[in-house]
Design a protein around this ligand. Structure first.
Ligand SMILES: C=CC1=C(C)c2cc3[nH]c(cc4nc(cc5[nH]c(cc1n2)c(C)c5CCC(=O)O)C(CCC(=O)O)=C4C)c(C)c3C=C
Ligand code: FE2
Ligand code: FE2
Length: 322
């Protein structure tokens, strides 16, 4: 190997779809100050007395049907994407997957790569849109690991890629392919993972990145403004998050007489609980309960050829430039 290594980073997922597995994952994830900015003593009480005991068993039940493939879909799809990139890139540059929370962990992956001779790292968080809650949390985790070291390797980051033409084209292609197989619905709904509104007010560029993604995708597909809409999903807690909310919008759409909707989740590189359960199951139910007739979920880019090609090109551009 050339001494160059790429680590693709995703959020993380439980080891097992049971209460203990989900609890350990949520504890790790929701204790990160980048993710939850509520003052620590108050948050400690909420997390340990309410969220961990009550949410873990409930969420474990939602993960269980998704484990039919033998593991968490987030880990499986992310691993397949990484394998595809490694194959296309060749063996000269090592490519691995790591999670900010859970397995495979960032520290173990960095250590393994260094043991194999890696001297230069390119970190690629699988978040098209930058947010402090995701991208900066991954950056912190890497920096924390190297903090205790004297000899730190060369490293760089792909901060965001929502404005890369090839990423938008890959999304547009997946929508067109879906339309070819299933027909085009009355609306295209683009549902992004939400964050608290306060984070944006304090300077997180995530909302702007999501708006730019949605507008670019609509433009690439030639859609008029009345043919598509964007929403935010996965709200947690009582504070206001980015609006409009996906669940409410889906209900309103159905009530207003929209019969069919295509749904895409452009803030997720790989399918996971939030897309397969919250969108393709829960939001679909809300649509049907309110009179909708067809809720058609468009999968994430996962290990599709265009997605693999997009990352391979970005990596080549970065690592062959010097
Ligand atoms: C409390 C806050 C949360 C913030 C802020 C947040 C931001 C955020 N998350 C993703 C991507 C994913 N989130 C996933 C699951 C998930 N997210 C939260 C909370 C916040 N996310 C929780 C509590 C959970 C776990 C499930 C649950 O209890 O409801 C996942 C899926 C993981 C899986 O195992 O499948 C992803 C991916 C982004 C992109 C984002 C901000 C931009
Ligand atoms: Fe999340
Ligand atoms: Fe959720």
């Amino acid at each position: 190997m050339s001494g160059k290594a790429v680590i693709l980073i995703n959020l993380g997922t439980p080891d097992n779809p049971d209460s203990a597995g989900v609890r350990a994952f949520l504890k790790d994830f929701l204790s990160d100050r980048r993710v939850v900015e509520v003052p620590r003593p108050i948050w400690w009480l909420i997390l340990n007395l309410i969220i961990l005991p009550f949410r873990s068993p409930k969420v474990a039940k939602k993960y269980q049907p998704l484990w039919a493939m033998g593991d968490s879909p987030l880990r499986l799809f992310s691993q397949r994407l990484v394998a595809g990139i490694q194959e296309k890139l060749g063996q000269d540059i090592a490519v691995e997957l790591a999670m900010t929370y859970g397995k495979p962990g960032l520290v173990e992956v960095i250590e393994e790569l260094e043991a194999k001779g890696a001297k230069e790292f390119y970190f690629v968080p699988l978040y098209p849109q930058y947010s402090a809650t995701t991208t900066a949390a991954a950056m912190d985790a890497v920096a924390r690991y190297f903090m205790g070291r004297r000899d730190i390797p060369q490293w760089s980051w792909l901060r965001n890629y929502h404005d890369e033409q090839a990423y938008i084209e890959a999304l547009a292609d997946s929508v067109r392919a879906h339309w070819q197989t299933h027909g085009q619905s009355d609306r295209l709904l683009m549902s992004f993972h939400g964050i608290p509104k306060r984070n944006v007010d304090l300077g997180d560029p995530y909302q702007q990145h999501c708006q730019e993604t949605a507008e670019s995708l609509a433009k690439a597909l030639g859609l008029n403004s009345d043919q598509w809409l964007m929403t935010y999903q996965s709200r947690l807690g009582k504070a206001e998050w980015l609006q409009p909310y996906t669940d409410k919008t889906v209900a309103e759409l159905a009530k207003s007489g929209v019969k069919s909707v295509d749904v895409i989740a452009p803030s997720f590189a790989a399918d996971c609980l939030e897309t397969l359960e919250e969108l393709d199951t829960e939001a679909a139910e809300i649509f049907y309960e309110n009179g909708g007739e067809s809720f058609s979920y468009i999968p994430c880019l996962n290990d599709s050829e265009k997605h693999v090609g997009f990352f391979t090109d970005i990596i080549k551009r970065k690592l062959s430039s010097h």
